[in-house]
Design a protein around this ligand. Structure first.
Ligand code: ADP
Length: 352
């Protein structure tokens, strides 16, 4: 069976078509500039129509959905109730869920009757214990407002954890794995016996590691302090923390690790500092997650920086495993979130 995987963003739709269960990639592509000024592609419906002109005959569609909250612990067949729930989660993922939903609704319109599956970035982390996901805030905020850690990049963490076990020829349920997804957005997960037990992103993708333009963990009192000092409103501070911080904010140069490494080599101090902060935070999380799991058998690096920057990997690992009885295997695995979505979609369709 052929499965179409759709990753629908605010102004772009990425797609991949797989032949399953062989997991063979048949075609892939990207439609950009949706809804932008001067673009001929006015909305997601038009974008998807262009994709469907290029490909045909597939048995189901798998959609990436960023936030499934507590409602979705695994992939689900999309019906009206699922659409309603995804819409409800737009308020806690305003940058992502509306775009994901636009792709789903366009598909429903263009392909009526075809089975569609939603695969959530948050689902893999639904196995976190309560003491890892509840913040030290009034408990009613969790009960009434759903304020808790959800975690993201779940499809990527799950994919590389499975792939690590496969490569090492060991059962996943026997392994303590720390997976480091280091792209523009960065997160780390502790995967014990195949289940996510902690992860660095939080209620939103802002928590945790220092990222391309996001600050990661900071003193929460800084938010109001900066608002007062700089006269910022809510949108203003959100913008600073999400878009003007991280590697770009510290270096004042770029959010791109390649640019920073070359500037640091040329002697730029702020580029070097941004890289040092980035690595230091990774190291702290690896240490914390090894402590949480009582050890680490495998450390996996993935995504743009994780896959392509040996210097960052080496520095993040330097010295941290001296206290371990056995040194963990360190693997570099190319993530493939679309393949994971195709696998899960195919699995669900077969069960149905
Ligand atoms: P996204 O999170 O947007 O998918 P990526 O996973 O592509 O981002 O990661 C972007 C980061 O990875 C950038 O900092 C970039 O410098 C780095 N990166 C991507 N490709 C390479 C490469 N071939 N060599 C070195 N660094 C790379």
């Amino acid at each position: 069976m052929r499965i179409l995987v759709i990753n629908s963003g605010s102004s772009s739709i990425k797609y991949k078509l797989f032949k399953m269960p062989q997991e063979k990639l048949i075609s892939k592509g990207l439609i950009e500039h949706i809804g932008e000024k001067g673009s001929v592609i006015h909305d997601h419906y038009a974008g998807l129509k262009m994709i469907l002109e290029k490909i045909n005959s597939f048995g189901a569609v798998g959609h990436r959905v960023v936030h499934g909250g507590e409602a979705f612990q695994r992939p689900v067949l999309i019906d009206n109730a699922v659409v309603r729930k995804i819409r409800q989660h737009c308020s806690i993922a305003p940058l992502h869920n509306p775009a994901n939903l636009a792709g789903i609704l366009a598909c429903k319109k263009l392909l009526p009757g075809l089975k569609q599956v939603a695969v959530f970035d948050t689902a893999f982390h639904q196995t976190l214990p309560d003491y890892a996901y509840i913040y030290g805030l009034p408990y009613g905020y969790y009960q009434k407002l759903g304020i808790r850690k959800y975690g993201f990049h779940g499809t990527s963490h799950e994919y590389v954890a499975h792939e690590a076990a496969r490569r090492l020829k060991k059962p996943l349920h026997r392994l303590k794995i720390i997976t480091c997804h280091l792209g523009n957005g960065c997160s780390i997960a502790a995967v014990n016996k195949g289940k996510s037990v902690d992860t660095s992103m939080g209620m939103t993708p802002l928590e945790g590691l220092v990222m391309g333009t996001r600050c990661g963990d900071i003193d929460p009192a800084l938010v109001t302090h900066i608002m007062r000092k700089k006269g910022l409103d809510i949108a203003g501070i959100e913008d600073i923390l999400n878009k003007a911080s991280g590697l770009a904010g510290v270096s004042g140069i770029s959010n791109d690790m390649r640019a920073l490494l070359s500037r640091a080599k040329a002697g730029n101090k702020r580029a070097r500092l941004a890289i040092d902060i980035f690595i230091y935070r990774i190291k702290k999380y690896i240490g914390a997650y090894a402590a949480v799991m009582g050890g680490c058998d495998v450390l996996v690096f993935t995504a743009g920086i994780g896959e392509n920057q040996p210097e960052i990997r080496a520095r993040a690992c330097r010295g941290i495993f001296d206290y371990f009885k056995t040194k963990p295997a360190i693997l570099v695995i190319s993530t493939d979130e679309e393949l994971m979505i195709a696998r899960q979609t195919y699995g669900l369709i077969r069960e149905d």
